[in-house]
Design a protein around this ligand. Sequence first.
Ligand SMILES: [Ca+2]
Length: 485
Amino acid sequence: MTDSQSNSAVRTRRDLLKAGAAGVLTAALAGRSWAAGTARPNVLILTTDQQRVDATSASGNSWVKTPAMDSLAARGVSFRKSYCPYPLCSPSRSALHTSRPPHELLVDHNSMPIAESVPLSGQVFRQAGYDTGYAGKWHMPDPYPADGIRGFEVLNKTTRSRKLAHDVDEATMNAAIEFLRRKRDKPFLLVASFINPHDICLLAGGADKPLNADVWKRYEPPADAQLPPLPPNHDLTDGAAGPAGRLRNGDWDKHQWRRYRYAYFRMMEDVDRQIGAILDALRQTGQEDNTLIVFTSDHGEGLGGHRWTGKMNYYDDEAAVPLILSWKGVIPAGRADKDHLVTALDVLPTICDYAGVKPPDVMRGQSLRGVMEKPDSRGHEYVVSEMAPGGPGGRRSFMVRTAKYKYMVFHAPAQGMMFFDMDADPGEMKNLIARSDLAAEIDRHRALLKEWCKLTEEEKYPILRSPAGKAGKGGKKGEKKGKNI
Ligand SMILES: [Ca+2]
């Protein structure tokens, strides 16, 4: 980002603040005629866990049927160049609810608490007079927050122990529906945070545990099932570096990969049904027209791309996530946005903008209202994702995505850099980092990353020790710990 572009991004945010909540609200509500006192929209945030950006039928995937998610796409804007700020659960979720990158939140690994000094979405909306409820998985630090979440009423206090994700998600769905049916005299912010299709992690880890057998029992393809084919990018990248140079389940044959992919899409269908039940309840309680809905996921899933299962990689397989926003009559319906780069950091600025809620003083994302309502608007020049696979004393790795290219730099445990032409090579099969004719472009991406790290004071935040205590050793044991979450 050049200085003038950087200033432009900052200026945009400042101008929004200057415009003030009232001005924003007036524009959003033009032409509407709600009774005084009920004009502010409800906000419903629906999240899944480990959902690829292409795992819905609305995105053109014929191996899965997701009518509920498709209905959200049909009534809103679905972003296709949408990235998580860190391809792992807790860091990504912490960024979603704060509009700050994980390093600024002291959430470099799973199961870490968010820095107390940073306000959470629930606090921001509760302060503005909203009724705030949270159902389902949290994970900062506890997967299910028995001790509460700042700014939220915790709606279900279930635990994951020995249960299928589907069963925990059923409790999340019921708690969210109960919250929607309550009588109240103020608007609400409701988060319903589902686990599926995260149970795919259990199947990636082998079948030696009783719960894994239960998962296979539910999702095993019948003998006559048509299995999804291998992905076009199933092979390793030519010139792969960093964690992308490693294999997961290198001994699997083609059938095992296809069976794995089949199970993933069935998990998607389970969580889609549960999301559909929440959308039904919203409609049945007469709140659909006055509710802004955000749908997203914390990170993707390799699903056999580059012979990878799980997350902790910067390929689109793992780092690209769905982001759909809808509000009947306000947000344009049925548009797939394939141009604008967006990130979970943009969610809090966007919902504050539409709700007329005073946002936190510091946010690193921007409201997406401009690019949704005026598609010719310029959005982000770039978005960044980060990882901290090493422990204290280590350095973070980064991904920088621009309109056409993606740059990755790794420091530990494996080193290297990668550069992809995302238009010519969407499967990210050919690493172009050594191409001399692209040297200026690669330098531009390095400069953008430097600018981002300066803006977010990255050097000020050394990497903390992982609570799993296994950081710096390839993360394998830490990841195993996370598999039962
Ligand atoms: Ca996750």
